[in-house]
Design a protein around this ligand. Structure first.
Ligand code: HEC
Length: 474
C-alpha cells in the first residue's frame, strides 16, 4: 500500500492485463516459439528438394510472422509487464526481487532474438547457393533463442502458482525450479508448435495458387507437422494438470466461466475438448486429403487454438487466486505475513495514499470507499466487469434494502465462503465502514477512479508508537 492505486472502474484491471497478455501469448507461441521452427523446417525442405517454391513459401510465412512479432508481439510483451506493474506493483516488485537475474538474462536473450530475426529475414535472399545451409542453421539458432525466452519466463509463471521449496530456501534456483516449471514448459513447447501449424494453414492458401501442387503439398506437410506435435502436447498437458495444486484445481469451475455459470463447467470442459478434437481432425484431414480441404476449414484450427490458449491463460491466472504468489502474496497486493499487523491496526493506518486515516462515526462511507479501493479493486469494479453492485444484487436481491450487518458477516468469512478471495485485510471498524459504503451503492451510483485520474493525497500517518509490536518476517 505504499503506492497510489491504479484502477479502471469499467474494464477492470484484470481484464486490461488479460487482453494484452493473451494477444502476446498467441503471437509469441504461434509466430515465434513455434513459428520459427516451422519456417526453418520448410526452408530446409526447400534446400533438400532443390525446389525453390518451398523456399519462397517459407519466406512468405516468415514475412507475416516477422511483421507481427516485431510490432504487436514486442509491444504487448513489454505491455504485459507495464500493465501488471500498474495493477499490482507489489507482485511485480516481489517477483523482481526473486527473479532479477532471470529477467536480466531474458532481456539479453530477447535482444539476441530480435537481432537474429532481423538477420534471418534480411539475409534470406542474399545467403543463397553455398550459403543456404548456413542460413537454415541461423533459423535453428533463432528458434532456440525464441524458445529460451519462453523457457525463462515460464519459470516465473510456475513460481506464482506454486513457489515450492522457495518458501523455505528463498534462492533464485529453488524459485525457478518450482514444481510447475517443467510440466508447464513441456506443455507450452508442443502447444506453440501446434499453434504455428494452425497459423501456417491460414497463410498457405493466401500465398499459393488454388489447385497448385505446392498448395496441396504445403497443406499436407503442415498437417503432418501438427499431428507430430499433438501427442507431446497431450502428454505435457496431462503432466501439467497433475502438477497443479489441489486447492487451485478446486477453483477450476469458476475460473472457466463465472460464478453464476459455475454449473456449466463440465459442459465447458467438453466443448474445449471438442475444440481440441476438431483441431486434430482437421490436421489429420490436411495430412491425408490435402486436396479436398477448403480455406474456411483451414482457418478453423487457428480460431479454435486462439480460443483455447486464451482460456488456458485465463484459467491459469484465475486458479491461483486468492494469491498473486501462492502462500506469499495475496492478489490484493498484501503479503500474507503482514495480515496480523493490518488486521490489528487497520489498512487505512498503514496505507500511504488514502484520504481517510481513521474510521469515525461521521466518515463511515468515505472510509469504506477507501477500504474498498485498497482491498477489493484489484478484482472488483463498482459497476463494470465483476462489478460489486452486481454481485451484491445477486446475493441479496435488489427488492429490499441491503443489510449492512449481513455484509459485515460475509466480509469476515469471504475467504472461507469463496476461497478465491483473500481474507479481509483490515480491522473491525474498517469492515463496518466497508459494509456502510457497499450498502450505500444500492441507491447511489459511484465510480471509483484510479490515481491516474484523481491524483493522490497522502495525509500524515499517525505518529503514536504501536502499543504492542507484532513481529513480521521480512
Ligand atoms: C482476488 C480477487 C478478489 C478480491 C481481492 C476480492 N474479490 Fe470478491 N470476488 C472475486 C471473484 C472472482 C468473484 C466471483 C465473481 C463471479 O464469478 O461472479 C467475487 C465475488 C464476490 C462477491 C459475491 C460472492 C458470492 O458468494 O456470490 C462478493 C460479495 C464479493 N466478491 C465481495 C468482495 C469484497 C467486499 C472484497 C474486498 C474486501 C472482495 N470481494 C475482494 C474476486 C475477488
Amino acid at each position: 500500500m505504499d503506492l497510489p492505486v491504479f484502477h479502471l472502474d469499467f474494464l477492470n484491471n484484470r481484464m486490461l492485463i488479460a487482453i494484452i497478455a493473451v494477444l502476446h501469448v498467441v503471437i509469441n507461441h504461434g509466430m515465434a516459439v513455434g513459428g520459427i521452427p516451422l519456417i526453418a523446417y520448410l526452408e530446409r525442405r526447400g534446400l533438400r528438394t532443390g525446389d525453390g517454391a518451398w523456399d519462397k513459401l517459407a519466406f512468405q510465412i516468415l514475412s507475416v510472422f516477422f511483421i507481427v512479432t516485431t510490432t504487436i508481439g514486442a509491444l504487448t510483451g513489454v505491455g504485459i509487464w507495464l500493465s501488471a506493474s500498474l495493477v499490482n506493483p507489489y507482485a511485480i516488485g516481489s517477483l523482481i526481487r526473486v527473479f532479477f537475474w532471470t529477467w536480466f538474462v531474458e532481456w539479453l536473450v530477447f535482444v539476441t532474438e530480435v537481432a537474429l530475426i532481423l538477420a534471418y529475414t534480411l539475409t534470406w535472399k542474399t545467403w543463397i547457393g553455398p550459403r543456404k545451409q548456413a542460413h537454415v542453421k541461423l533459423g535453428v539458432v533463432l528458434a532456440i533463442a525464441s524458445w529460451a525466452t519462453m523457457a525463462l519466463i515460464v519459470s516465473i509463471l510456475g513460481f506464482m502458482m506454486d513457489p515450492g521449496s522457495w518458501h523455505s530456501d528463498r534462492t533464485l534456483f529453488s524459485g525457478m525450479l518450482n514444481p510447475l516449471y517443467l510440466p508447464q514448459l513441456a506443455f507450452r513447447t508442443p502447444l506453440a508448435m501446434l499453434m504455428a501449424g494452425s497459423f501456417g494453414l491460414v497463410i498457405v492458401p493466401w500465398v499459393t495458387e488454388r489447385g497448385s501442387q505446392l498448395r496441396t503439398e504445403a497443406i499436407r506437410t503442415i498437417g503432418r507437422w501438427m499431428l507430430a506435435w499433438t501427442i507431446p502436447c497431450v502428454l505435457g498437458g496431462l503432466w501439467y494438470i497433475r502438477a497443479v495444486p489441489d486447492a487451485m484445481a478446486n477453483n477450476l469451475a469458476v475460473a472457466l466461466l463465472t460464478q453464476a455459470l459455475e454449473g456449466w463447467a463440465n459442459t465447458a470442459i467438453r466443448v474445449l475438448m471438442g475444440a481440441c478434437l476438431v483441431i486434430t481432425g482437421i490436421a489429420l484431414w490436411a495430412a491425408r486429403w490435402p486436396k479436398s480441404i477448403r480455406p474456411p476449414v483451414l482457418v478453423t484450427p487457428a480460431i479454435l487454438a486462439i480460443v483455447l490458449l486464451g482460456t488456458f491463460e485465463r484459467v491459469r491466472e484465475f486458479v491461483r487466486k486468492p494469491y498473486a504468489i501462492a502462500g506469499y502474496l495475496y492478489s490484493n497486493g498484501l503479503r500474507v505475513d503482514d495480515y496480523p499487523l493490518l488486521q490489528r491496526d487497520g489498512i487505512l493506518t498503514h496505507a500511504t495514499y488514502t484520504t481517510v486515516r481513521r474510521v469515525t462515526p461521521d466518515n463511515q462511507i468515505a472510509a469504506g470507499r477507501e477500504v474498498f479501493n485498497l482491498a477489493c479493486t484489484r478484482c472488483h469494479t463498482v459497476d463494470g466487469v465483476n462489478g460489486i453492485r452486481d454481485v451484491l444484487a445477486r446475493m441479496y436481491g435488489d427488492d429490499s434494502a441491503w443489510n449492512s450487518e449481513a455484509i459485515v458477516g460475509y466480509v469476515g468469512a469471504m475467504h472461507e465462503i469463496r476461497p478465491f478471495m483473500p481474507p479481509f485485510p483490515g480491522n473491525e471498524a474498517e469492515k463496518r465502514a466497508l459494509a456502510a459504503f457497499l450498502v450505500s451503492l444500492q441507491f447511489e451510483r459511484d465510480v471509483i477512479e484510479g490515481a491516474q485520474v484523481t491524483g493522490v493525497e497522502a495525509p500524515p500517518r499517525p505518529t503514536s508508537p504501536d502499543p504492542a509490536p507484532i513481529f513480521v518476517a521480512i
